[in-house]
Design a protein. Sequence first.
Length: 96
Amino acid sequence: MQNDLIHKKCDEALAARDNCKSRFGLSPRQCYPERYQNQCDREEFELKKCISFALCFKEASILYDNKNASRAAKLKANKRIQKCLKNVEFLKCQGS
């Protein structure tokens, strides 16, 4: 169910991240090597943002959309988002 929701809402962001990794000879589930120099950070950020909105809409809105939210509110929202993202298979890597 969770994966279906993510695919439905985040296919573009997932494809962009996977394409970026493939440009460096990495498979989608492969961890970045030590020599990695942040080449896919934008794609990783957009994917995590999309998944955050799909799984934790309220917290994602506070963190990404609410310019008037206090720093404490944003930190709290980010902490909750990290829990949401913890078990997302698309974000896990295996080996390097």
